[in-house]
Design a protein around this ligand. Structure first.
Ligand code: F6R
Length: 612
C-alpha cells in the first residue's frame, strides 16, 4: 500500500515522478504529493485525491528540479486529506520524506518529541519518524544518513522511506523494512519505485533492496549499506518486463484487459512446464523439494483474499490427487495464532504481489520453525518470492486492476501442476488419470478464449441484475472456492453486498435471505456433485429466488432451472474452476461499470496490502 517514486539525474524529475505515480496508483489513491529539490531548497506539493488532481492543481508552479520524490497514499494513520498527504516536511523545513508502511511505536516517539517542543501538522506516523530523524541529526550533530540509521534501530513497524535534504541537493536516501523498494540503475541517473513500473522506459537494470538495507542514491552513484553501516555490493538484475504489459492496450480498464489476457497468461504459465505428450511437468523450484513434499504429513496453504481462494481450491485438488492432508490458512490469523508447525511441514504461500505483509510474516514465522516454504507468486523478485525456499511463478504478467483476475487463474494452473507432479511421483494417481488431466490442463487456454467470446451475453446479464441489493453465490466441491471468489469480485467492484457459500450449507441460514429479488448464482458445472447441486437449485427456485447459473455447455437440466445461464466448455472437474470463475469476473466487471464505479480503483482498496 502506498506507492513511492524517486528520481535523481540530469532529466526533469517531475514528469518522471508523476508518470511513475500514475503507474503505482494501484497501491493507493487517497492523496498524492511530490517533493522537488532544485538546489535552492525543497518544494512540496500535495493534495487529497488522485495523481491527476494534483497535476491539475499545480499547473503553473515552479516544477523544475533534477531530484525529486513522490507518493500516492493508502491511508493508515490519519484520514485522506491535504495535511496527511505525503511528502511530510521536518520541523526545520529542510527534510522531506515519503513513507510506505506503518510505524507501530509512533505514539511513544511522538510524545518524546512533543515534550521537546515539536509541533505536528498531520496525524501521520510518517511526520513523527521524520522529526525523530531530524532530532537525532541535531542532537548527535551527525549526517542525515547516520541519523536515519540510529532512528531506524528504534522503530517498530514496516517502512520504505525516501528522504531529500535541502542541504544535499543531488541525493535521495532510502531505507527498507517490510515494504518493497526497487532501484533502477541508468547512465548517470537512478530511479526508485515501489515496483519497477516507474522506470521501465528508462532502464532494465534494477536492484531489489532487502530489509534492513539503506541506499544513498546520487545520479552517478548507488551506495547500499546495512543498518550496521557496512557496504553491500548491489546485485543488479535485468528486468524481463515490457512497457506494453503495464498499459491498457485499448481496453477501457485494466481489469477487462487482464480478464481477456487469461488465455495467454495461463498458456504462458503452462509453457515450458507442461508436456502432455511426454507426460511431464517440469518445475525446478518444486522438483528440489519433491521428496519432502511427497513425505510430508501435511501442507499448509497461507494466503489472503483471492489468493486464499486459490489455496482453498488447491486443498480439494491436493487432497484428491496427492492424498496429503491440506490446511488453508488466512495469513493474518495464522501468524498471530501460535500455530503448530513441525520441522519439514510444507507451507505454500500464495500471493499475486508477493508483498502482502501478513503472508510474508506468516512464512517467516513458519520458516523459523523449520518449515519448507514454497512460494506461488506472480511478481518476480518480490519479497515473498525471495523469502521462499522454492516454488513457482505464475507468469501472469503485471496485474494492475485492483481486483485480482488473471493472477487467480495463474495460481490455479501452478497449484494444479504442483499437485499433479507430486501425485505422479508419489504414485497416488493412475497413469491414465494423470495423462488425462495433463491434457485437460493443456486445453484450458483455448477453452478460456471460448468463454471470453461470450462476454457480450454476460454484459447483458449485468444490465439486468445491476440493481439487485444482494447476491448469493453457491457452489460445491471444486466450485465452492469459485463461489467465494465470485462474491468477492462483485462486492469489491460494484459495492453490491454478496456472499459466497457452500451450496448445501445455505440451508443452515442464508436460505432465509431468499425471495423473488435475490439473484442466486450457482456455479453448476458438471462434476461429481452435480445432481446434489441441481437439488439445491430446486430449493432456491421453490422459494422464488432468481437462479443464474454457470453451466457446462449442453447441460439442459441446469439450464431449465435457471433464469439465466453463463456457459463454459466441458472439462475435468479438477481444472473446472479456471473456467467457471471467468464468467463471474466478467459479471462483476460489467455490473461495476454499469453502476458507474471506478472498477480499476475501487474505494478503500489497494492492490498490494503491505500493512498488517
Ligand atoms: C481481491 C484481491 C485481494 C488480494 C489479496 C492478496 O480481488 O485482489 O483480495 O487477493 O489482497 O493479495 P496478494 O495475492 O498480492 O497477496
Amino acid at each position: 500500500m502506498c506507492g513511492i517514486v524517486g528520481y535523481t539525474g540530469p532529466r526533469e524529475a517531475y514528469p518522471i515522478i508523476i508518470k511513475g505515480l500514475k503507474r503505482l496508483e494501484y497501491r493507493g489513491y487517497d492523496s498524492t504529493g511530490v517533493a522537488l529539490q532544485n538546489g535552492q531548497g525543497v518544494k512540496v506539493y500535495k493534495k487529497k485525491g488522485r495523481v491527476a488532481e494534483l497535476e491539475d492543481a499545480i499547473v503553473g508552479k515552479d516544477l523544475h528540479a533534477h531530484v525529486g520524490i513522490g507518493h500516492t497514499r493508502w491511508a493508515t494513520h490519519g484520514e485522506p486529506s491535504d495535511r496527511n498527504a505525503h511528502p511530510h516536511q521536518s520541523s526545520s523545513g529542510k527534510l522531506a520524506m515519503i513513507h510506505n508502511g506503518i510505524i507501530e511505536n509512533y505514539s511513544q516517539l511522538k510524545n518524546e518529541l512533543i515534550s521537546k517542543g515539536y509541533v505536528f501538522h498531520s496525524d501521520t506516523d510518517t511526520e513523527v519518524l521524520l522529526n525523530f530523524i531530524e532530532e537525532i541529526k541535531k542532537n548527535n550533530n551527525c549526517s542525515l544518513e547516520e541519523a536515519i540509521r540510529i532512528a531506524l534501530k528504534r522503530v517498530v513497524g514496516a517502512y520504505v522511506i525516501l528522504l531529500v535534504d535541502a542541504d544535499d541537493p543531488n541525493t535521495i536516501i532510502a531505507a527498507r523494512k517490510g515494504s518493497p523498494l526497487v532501484i533502477g540503475v541508468g547512465k548517470g541517473e537512478h530511479f526508485l519505485g515501489s515496483d519497477a513500473s516507474p522506470m521501465l522506459e528508462y532502464t532494465k537494470e534494477v536492484v531489489y533492496v532487502n530489509d534492513y538495507e539503506m541506499a544513498i542514491v546520487k545520479p552517478d552513484e548507488l551506495i547500499l549499506k546495512n543498518l550496521g553501516n557496512e557496504k553491500i555490493t548491489p546485485y543488479i538484475q535485468k528486468l524481463d518486463l515490457e512497457l506494453a504489459a503495464i498499459e491498457k492496450g485499448g481496453y477501457d480498464h485494466f481489469m477487462l484487459k487482464e480478464i481477456f489476457e487469461q488465455p495467454q497468461t495461463v498458456y504462458d504459465c503452462l509453457r515450458g512446464r507442461l508436456d502432455p505428450v511426454a507426460g511431464t511437468i517440469t518445475m525446478s523450484g518444486i522438483q528440489q523439494y519433491a521428496d519432502q513434499i511427497v513425505k510430508a504429513s501435511r501442507i499448509v496453504m497461507v494466503a489472503c483474499g483471492t489468493s486464499w481462494h486459490a489455496g482453498l481450491a488447491a486443498e480439494y485438488i491436493f487432497e484428491e490427487l496427492c492424498r496429503i492432508n491440506v490446511e488453508v490458512e488466512y495469513a493474518s490469523e495464522f501468524r498471530y495464532r501460535n500455530p503448530v508447525i513441525n520441522k519439514g511441514d510444507i507451507i505454500i504461500a500464495i500471493s499475486q504481489s508477493g508483498e502482502t505483509a501478513d503472508t510474508l510474516v506468516a512464512i517467516e514465522t513458519a520458516k523459523a520453525k523449520g518449515a519448507i516454504i514454497l512460494g506461488v507468486v506472480n511478481v518476480v523478485g518480490s519479497s515473498i518470492a525471495r523469502a521462499s525456499h522454492g516454488g513457482a511463478y505464475t507468469h501472469a504478467g503485471p496485474e494492475i486492476g485492483v481486483a485480482s483476475t488473471k493472477a487467480f487463474t495463474g495460481q490455479l494452473a501452478v497449484l494444479t501442476m504442483i499437485a499433479l507432479k507430486i501425485a505422479y511421483i508419489k504414485g497416488s494417481i493412475s497413469n491414465d488419470r494423470y495423462m488425462h488431466l495433463l491434457n485437460e490442463l493443456n486445453e484450458i487456454p483455448e477453452k478460456l478464449a471460448w468463454v471470453l467470446n461470450h462476454a457480450d451475453h454476460i454484459k447483458k446479464l449485468a444490465e439486468k441484475y445491476k440493481d439487485a441489493r444482494d447476491f448469493l453465490y453457491l457452489g460445491r466441491g471444486y466450485n465452492f472456492p469459485v463461489a467465494l471468489e465470485g462474491a468477492l469480485k462483485l462486492k469489491e467492484i460494484s459495492y453490491i453486498h454478496a456472499e459466497g457459500y457452500p451450496a448445501a450449507e445455505m440451508k443452515h441460514g442464508p436460505i432465509a435471505l431468499v425471495d423473488e429479488t435475490l439473484p442466486v448464482v450457482f456455479i453448476a458445472t458438471k462434476d461429481a456433485y452435480h445432481e446434489k447441486l441441481i437439488s439445491n437449485m430446486q430449493e432456491i427456485k421453490a422459494r422464488k429466488g432468481r437462479v443464474i447459473s454457470v453451466i457446462t455447455e449442453g447441460d439442459e437440466m441446469a439450464k431449465s432451472l435457471s433464469e439465466d445461464v453463463m456457459i463454459v466448455p466441458e472439462t475435468d472437474e479438477i481444472v473446472a474452476p479456471m473456467l467457471s470463475v471467468v464468467p463471474l469476473q466478467l459479471l462483476a466487471y460489467y455490473i461495476g461499470v454499469a453502476k458507474g464505479q471506478d472498477v480499476d480503483k475501487p474505494r478503500n482498496l489497494a492492490k498490494s496490502v503491505t500493512v498488517e
